[in-house]
Design a protein around this ligand. Structure first.
Ligand code: ATP
Length: 225
């Protein structure tokens, strides 16, 4: 059953919809990669699913039912959101970043042993990849039912991207529903079950990730601006 999704969604910023006629469903245990060139409407879609933007048309669904709950209420219902900007507080330690997130530091880092040794380091002194791992550890520690992740691996080295996406895949294998917006198209398709490719706010392709991976033209188009 769909955990988070939308039906015939149209959404934008007041000057006409940026995304039109979008049907999307993400089920328990599934990673769906939302791909497409810059400006295609990926972030806008994610913001609407998170409850941060109000649809012009159509509905957003949560656990199969229409919802208009704002972001903070959806968070309490089990929706985890990681937005594009780095979410850690640089001047606080790793431990403090986890505590202000309301989670137990040691439990949060159980699956992220590479951060345990840095518990008392200021987050701003960690590498970009470690900071993103910390962001992910903190959101996963709240045991969300669904995760919306926007460009978690922006600007990171391939090995770090693989580590982050691997952690997301592992969480999905434990039942999490994941909608992944990624510029690292090939890396995203390696961990995704399905892909939805947007172009100018409309779905131009959707299907199994393995099929998308085997289609170089589609992968190239997902990068084009
Ligand atoms: P990117 O990878 O560049 O983030 P994207 O696929 O996530 O691309 P969106 O960020 O959803 O695309 O942007 C889709 C369109 O909406 C673009 O034309 C963009 O200029 C416009 N847009 C995005 N944010 C706003 C905003 N806050 N106000 C007005 N227009 C916006």
């Amino acid at each position: 059953m769909s955990v988070v999704g939308c039906r015939q969604l149209a959404v934008g910023y007041g000057a006409g919809p940026v995304v039109v006629g979008l049907d999307l469903e993400v089920a328990r245990g599934e990673v769906v990669a939302l791909l497409g060139p810059n400006g295609a409407g990926k972030t806008t879609t994610l913001m609407a699913l998170a409850g941060a933007l109000t649809p012009d048309e159509g509905i957003v669904t949560w656990q199969g039912e229409a919802t208009t709950a704002p972001l903070h209420r959806r968070a309490r219902q089990g929706l985890g959101v990681v937005l594009e900007e780095r979410a850690v507080t640089p001047s606080l330690t790793v431990r403090q970043n986890l505590r202000i997130g309301g989670v137990d530091p040691l439990a949060a880092l159980a699956d992220f042993p590479e951060l345990t040794e840095h518990l008392d380091r200021r987050a701003g002194l960690l590498s970009g990849g470690q900071q993103q791992l910390l962001t992910l550890a903190r959101v996963l520690a709240r045991r969300p039912v669904a995760l919306l992740a926007d460009e978690l691996s922006l600007g990171l080295a391939p090995q770090v991207v693989a580590r982050l996406l691997g952690a997301i895949r592992a969480a999905a294998d434990d039942g999490l529903a994941v909608l992944l917006v990624e510029q690292h198209v090939r890396a995203a398709l390696r961990v995704a079950d399905r892909a939805v490719v947007l172009s100018r706010g409309r779905v131009r392709w959707s299907g199994p990730a393995a099929q998308a991976r085997a289609d170089p033209a589609l992968v190239e188009q997902s990068y084009l601006t």
